[in-house]
Design a protein around this ligand. Sequence first.
Ligand code: SF4
Length: 77
Amino acid sequence: MASLKVTVNKTRCISSGDCVETAPAVFQFDADEKSDVVNPAGAPEATILAAARSCPVKAITVVNEETGEQLFPPPKK
Ligand code: SF4
């Protein structure tokens, strides 16, 4: 499995909890109730992408660390 770089834009995060619910081993709320990436390898890629997709404000970015390819949001062509 490719290693992923998962980041949350905390300025954008509205603390909906969708990502935490979808992949609790990857995303957890920090002290400010913003999503924090605790373990980018905590779930299969498909689950992490589902979590990113579930974010209502598109605050989550997922990049394939080996190829540099942005997996979510899909890069504009
Ligand atoms: S789904 Fe998006 S808005 Fe909701 S907690 Fe996660 S990063 Fe924040």
